[in-house]
Every structure is written in C-alpha cells, then in structure tokens.
Design a binder for this molecule. Sequence first.
Ligand code: NAD
Length: 424
Amino acid sequence: MGYIEPAPIRDKENPFESMMSRFHIASQALGLEDEVYNVLKSPAKQVVVSLPITMDDGSIKVFEGYRVIHSNILGPSKGGIRFDPGVNLDEVKALAAWMTWKCAVVDIPYGGAKGGINCNPREMSSGEVERLTRAYTSAMSEIFGPDKDIPAPDMGTGPKEMAWLMDEYSRTQGMTVNSVVTGKPLVLGGSLGRTEATGRGVMVTALSAMEKLKINPYKATVAVQGFGNVGSFAALLLEERGAKIVAVSDLSGAYYNEKGIDIQKAIDYRNSNKGSLEGYEGAEVLDGEELLVLEVDVLVPAAKEDVITTHNAEQIKAKLIVEGANGPTSYKADAIINDNGIMVAPDILANAGGVTVSYFEWVQNRLGYKWTGERVNRRSDRIMKDAFDHVYSVAKEYNVSMRIAAYIVAIDKVAKTYKYRGGF
Ligand code: NAD
C-alpha cells in the first residue's frame, strides 16, 4: 500500500524565516552594527537566466535558471544546484544565506551560494537533463570558477550532472578544470569519503555532545528520522561507536526495537527494496511521528525541514537532538526545547560534514593529488570536533543555546572579515 505523507503541522513560518529569526538574535547578542547587519542580510549577487532547450520531440522549451551568491566575504562561494519544479528565486536566496553560515561555522574558507533550475528532472530524459545542465553551465560560465563560485549537487542533481557541468565549464576555458565543482564521480576527481561525510559529521557531533552531557555512548539509545544518505550513515556509524539505535524511519513509517536495530541489515534491506524500509522485519512498526517523541537519549532528525514544531516539542524526551537535516526545528519550538533542558546540535553545525569534504575535494583537485579515505575522515572529524568545541564554548560564554552560539560564531567570523576587508 502506498504511503501518503501527512500534511506537516507547521508553525506558520518557513525554515528561512526561522533561520532569519536566529540570525537576528545572534546579531543582537554580538552587538552587530546595523550597517554590517544589513550587509550580511543581503545577497551579493543574483543571476537569473533563460535556458531554451531542444526537447527530445523537437520542441523548444524555455527553463528559468538561478544562481544566488549570498556572500563571498570569506572566499569563493559554495553551494548546491537544485533541479526541482518548486525552485524559485526566494528559495534559492534563502538557501544561499544558509550556506554562508554553515561554511563559516566549520571555519572553511568559503562564502555561501545556491543555484537551481525550475524543472522536473523525473519527467525528462537523460539527454534533456544533460542539455539543460550544459546550457545552465554555459550561461553561468562567467559566474562559476574555482576561485569564484563552486557549485555542488543538491535535490534532483548528483554526480552525473556535476560531471556534465565540469565538462561544459572546461570547454569554455579550453582546459580541464575539475575544481570548478564538487560532488563529481570519483574518476573525475571526486573525493573518497564524500558519500558518508554528512552522516559521519553527525556521528562526530553526537559523540562530542554526549561527552559534554556525560552520556556514555555504550549505554545510549538513539532514534533516527530519515533513512537516506544522512540518516542511514549516521545510524550505522553511531552503532559502530557503541550506541543502540532503537528506532529508524522513512516515508513508509517508523521501525522500533528496544533491543536495537541491526543497521547494516536494515540498509541491505532498503537497498534491495527500492530504497524503502517498508516491510522490514525485526522491528515494531510505529507511526512516523511517534519516533520523534520516543524515550531515547539522542534524537537525530535526518529527513526534512520543519518536523519539530510547537505541536510536538513539549513531548520530546531525548536529552540531545542532533540535526542531520536542514531546518528540522521551527524557531518557535526552540524556546520549548531550551526550557526543557534539551541540548540541540544545530543543522549549520551538525550537518556541515558534507560541505567540509566537498572543500577537501576542491583542495585535492587544486593539489592535483588524491587523499586516502582515511586522511579525509581524520581531517573532517577534526574539523567537526573543533567546530563543536568552539560553538560549545561560545554557548557558555554568551549563556545562549548551541544554536544561537553557532550563529554567533558564523556571523562574528564573516563580520570581522568584512570589517578588515572594508566596504566601499
Ligand atoms: P535522502 O533523500 O537520501 O533521504 C531522505 C530520507 O528521509 C528518506 O529515507 C525518506 O524516506 C525520509 N523521509 C522523508 N520524509 C520523511 C518523513 N516525513 N518522515 C520520516 N522519514 C522521511 O536525503 P538526504 O541527503 O539524506 O538528506 C536528508 C536531510 O539532510 C535534508 O534535509 C538535506 O537537506 C539534509 N542534508 C543533506 C546533506 C547531504 O550531504 N546529503 C548535507 C547537509 C544536509
């Protein structure tokens, strides 16, 4: 039976508005001058292009493509490209700002950007998607560049599109430039460790937080919402570090076993079952929403935005929430969670392992050298651990939540750099 996703119970604010509210609070805590606040709020560049594409049936269809560079204060801007029918300039602007804070909080030398094309890749042939990707790249060839703006995959795009983008950009330059984009296939200069990087960063963040909260990982219970790239690797790696994963979920529902779920078995099952956990045995099936309010030590929302709201925040029993997804908690739910003494490792910190290894991909391409997976993991673990410790110490210093502290760290870094560089 097909599963119909229930309409989300929203807090009448979208994840971007939540992010802006936190940006505002952190700016006030920092005493940021109005002028600098306005600079950091406004995207540096917004580009909209029309892309006429010859479809397989010979007709010509015009698509709209976007690239927004929110900030290039810390360095070249970095951010994914989304192929989705819902893409619009406002959404791209919001996601670009998010990237600025994420890169700054883990201290990698990038600004933030995002791009997208309003299209439905599921209804297009591979040839049509290739022509669209190449047309977009060609139109953005003045924007992109290894020292200017470095795209990556996002919803609806993956290694295949990044390979076309790299090839098309290289044609415009008359030479191979693989450092113009990350998330490439391994043979084209992709990095080892990229696939599991975000889930791995979630694991490192969770262990760092558990240490502060004096939760013994060998005695900890964990629930993970979402069993895709981020959720399944986070679950697997936390299990490897001794934690008991008692619940996992995907669009088909939640799966609970108080004795612990064998994550490798669940991944194998999902891989053999068209990517779904539907029908997974060895666990009790719960309603998807119930997973969020289980009696566990650690909750990892790793599915989608806006799942922890004022409607369920009061019932959350976990001592620690590690946000694998972007924007899983609404701004209004923050206060309830803080009042209940729950620590939140926020999205811009906890899921930054992905962009960190993307940065390593770019570094390796520029070095013309390939690191071992072991080196990639060691260095990204160090970056994630240092970022956590920094945010934790700022939270203590300012007496704010980990979330506001992460924004303080990010905004302070960008603002200080801006002031040194100077405006007009
Ligand atoms: P994915 O498509 O691989 O997996 C998403 C999973 O969530 C699937 O198992 C899906 O069934 C499940 N899901 C969707 N709606 C659900 C619901 N209502 N309840 C329970 N499960 C549900 O996606 P992903 O790459 O793992 O990304 C997950 C989240 O992490 C997104 O918010 C994404 O923006 C964020 N993120 C991803 C990366 C990355 O490197 N992939 C990096 C940073 C942030």
